[in-house]
Design a protein around this ligand. Structure first.
Ligand code: GDD
Ligand code: MG
Length: 361
């Protein structure tokens, strides 16, 4: 079986993290986002993953080489010279996807984190006899997604409306599809939207089916959702793989700490924290609801809450960072600084306090 992961787009909503690396390589819970997906695909028997890419191919390429052998799965790149949208890339990879292949193809958005019920999806797809299956999930605020109106008993999709302006329903496209190869034949080799063009057409013919996933799901393509997704993901680990979380008198709730990270005396960490590979947390540090990406150093008595700290950054002694601050890669915050909701571009040094949210260029 083959899969396509849509990794194009500029990841603008996840800046400044995506100024240093493509969105799919941004760490989520201590590993690049896309690895969560590739691992889930491999687990259901996918042998080749095609990354549909139009942004910084060099960085992606060197990443691929490392993980192809590590994971034992073929990973190839299909590179667009102009952005082809969410369906065009399937037409571009048509030869690879359809030649000598009659198995359905998984297609994934690259910025979603969930339980990946891909095995259930395969079973669902094999039974309904339609041309395409999409995974849906319920959300409170459907307007920023693709909304799916379906027959509750059969799953047959009646209507697919991308980013509706008026309320249509609260079941949304979770960004995971299983498509017969015939769907690829429908797509012209030009910028085409799977959500606005392809799915509405297949739904019209009564050949589009939706499977609701009851597990957790989040599009982590923007900072606030990223931290909400982290909370859900860690809770999922708690319920299913509790051993992967850390425990101890200095830990509150769900906390994931890479085994190569060093934690000093007298820290208080949690809930909902991930500390990445190679991080060094000095004594008396307080961390809650935050992510520290790889190689971050937090000096003694600092406080980080509700924020994302990009890789290889340094947080000075007694610094206070809170309220959805996002620090890009390699940011250095001097001792005792107070940072409230700031967004800091990569490689900056912070020498003054920021009491209200702003962008530090
Ligand atoms: N290769 C390629 N080329 N990939 C692209 C392009 C392109 O031109 N444009 C977007 N993508 C990729 C993005 O990298 C992402 O993985 C995926 O397509 C979806 O694009 P987003 O920009 O993240 O879309 P969205 O979040 O607004 O909406 C999509 O996801 C929602 C779920 O998170 C839609 O699929 C919605 O229907 C869905 O509900
Ligand atoms: Mg998205």
């Amino acid at each position: 079986m083959k899969a396509v992961i849509l990794v194009g787009g500029f990841g603008t909503r996840l800046r400044p993290l995506t100024l240093s690396i493509p969105k799919p390589l941004v760490e989520f819970a201590n590993k690049p986002m896309i690895l969560h997906q590739i691992e889930a695909l491999k687990a259901v028997g996918v042998k080749e993953v095609i990354l549909a890419i139009n942004y910084r191919p060099q960085v992606m390429m060197s990443f691929l080489e490392e993980y192809e052998s590590k994971l034992g799965i073929k990973i190839t790149c299909s590179q667009e010279t102009e952005p082809l949208g969410t369906a065009g890339p399937l037409a571009l990879a048509k030869e690879n996807l359809t030649q000598d292949n009659d198995e359905p193809i998984f297609v994934l958005n690259s910025d979603i984190i969930c339980e990946y019920p891909l095995k259930e999806m395969l079973e669902f797809h094999n039974v309904h006899g339609g041309e395409a299956s999409i995974m849906v999930t319920k959300v409170a605020e459907p307007s920023k997604y693709g909304v799916v109106v379906m027959d509750e008993d059969t799953g047959k999709v009646k209507k697919f409306v991308e980013k509706p302006v008026t309320f249509v329903g609260n079941k949304i496209n979770a960004g995971i599809y299983l498509l017969n190869t015939s769907v690829v034949d429908r797509i012209p080799l030009q910028p085409t939207s799977i959500e606005r063009q392809v799915f509405p057409a297949i739904a019209e013919e009564g050949l589009l089916y939706a499977m609701e996933s009851k597990g957790f799901w989040m599009d982590v393509g923007q900072p606030k959702d990223y931290l909400a997704g982290l909370r859900l993901y860690l809770e999922h680990l708690r319920r299913n793989f509790a051993n992967s979380l850390v425990a101890g008198p200095n830990i509150i709730g769900n906390v994931l700490i890479d085994e190569s990270a060093k934690i000093g005396e007298g820290c208080l960490i949690g809930p909902d924290v991930s500390v990445g590979p190679g991080c060094v947390i000095e004594c008396g540090v307080r961390l809650s609801s935050c992510t520290l990406m790889k190689g971050v150093r937090v000096k003694s008595s600092a406080y980080v809450s509700g924020s994302i700290i990009g890789g290889h950054s340094t947080i000075g002694q007694s610094v206070h960072i809170s309220s959805m601050a996002v620090l890009g890669e390699d940011v250095h915050v001097n001792d005792t600084m107070f940072l409230n909701g700031v967004v800091v571009l990569p490689h900056k040094e912070i020498k003054t306090h920021f009491v209200k949210p702003e962008i530090v260029m």
